[in-house]
Design a protein around this ligand. Structure first.
Ligand code: 6PG
Length: 239
């Protein structure tokens, strides 16, 4: 992949600044953008940076979606929406009209259908598939992304927009975007930090083909060609 799209930062704050500039660039090209957010721990620091230090993004021009959600209520500490609400949405006074959460407390199978239909209704269609302006992805140490895990890698190729997946350790139900939606986005950006990810970062950036049989993240290959990696020095140590 082009080294232009691999953004490595010595300091986490510089990564946050660089990602902010990336978002502002997208907003310079389009009046309103749709972003699918990642969950887990990594985005918390970025959300805190946006909430407390950097007010340069016009949040009113962004619609918020999620790439995946744990099947728990929003008040549960596991909820990606709950984490985002606490660290970002409440702090930027996002209006309900621009927030489209996956309803983790719903029946999983029904919610996967509902959210998939919501994407079809809300987003422009490209190749007959809902198209996000930006999908932000995390990278698991096992090579998963969104909530498609190696033991269920076949879900990546599902014809549906969203599927029900299970965490390999806890068995926790998750709702996840599928590969067809991720790879249909105008821009896709991995946001990945920490030394625990460095082997997977190298494997996937340098030889995704060789790891595509086991790492769902190796299948991220947007048809737009716009795949970015925003990583810190630790995660990029082996590149
Ligand atoms: C989730 C995520 C998941 C996450 C990776 C990395 O719901 O957990 O969306 O794909 O991005 O597991 O998680 P960390 O940022 O916690 O390492």
């Amino acid at each position: 992949m082009s080294s232009d799209n691999i953004h490595i930062f010595d300091k986490i704050e510089d990564l946050h600044k660089g990602f902010t500039a990336f978002i502002i660039e997208l907003l310079s090209e389009k009046e309103r953008i749709s972003i699918s957010l990642s969950g887990g721990e990594t985005p918390k620091g970025l959300f805190d940076y946006w909430a407390n230090e950097d007010k340069s993004i016009d949040w009113s021009r962004i619609d918020f979606y999620w790439g995946d959600e744990r099947c728990v209520p929003p008040t549960d500490s596991e909820s990606n929406y709950g984490m985002t609400k606490k660290h970002l949405l409440d702090k930027i006074a996002a209006s309900e009209s621009q927030v489209f959460r996956i309803i983790g407390e719903n029946n999983p199978a029904e919610e996967a259908v509902r959210y998939g239909e919501l994407l079809d209704a809300n987003l422009p269609s490209e190749n007959g598939i809902p198209q996000f302006d930006l999908v932000i992805l995390g990278l698991g140490i096992d090579g998963h992304t969104v909530s498609i895990f190696p033991h269920q890698i076949e879900l990546w190729g599902s014809p549906a927009n969203c599927v029900v997946a299970q965490h390999p350790g806890s068995g926790q139900n998750r709702i996840s975007l599928t590969g067809k939606v991720v790879n249909n986005a105008v821009q896709v950006a991995f946001l990945t930090t920490g030394s625990s990810k460095r082997e997977k970062v190298r494997s996937i950036i340098e030889n995704s083909e060789a790891f595509s049989d086991r790492y769902p993240a190796a299948h991220v290959n947007p048809s737009s060609g716009n795949l970015h990696w925003f990583i810190d020095q630790e995660a990029g140590r082996l590149l």
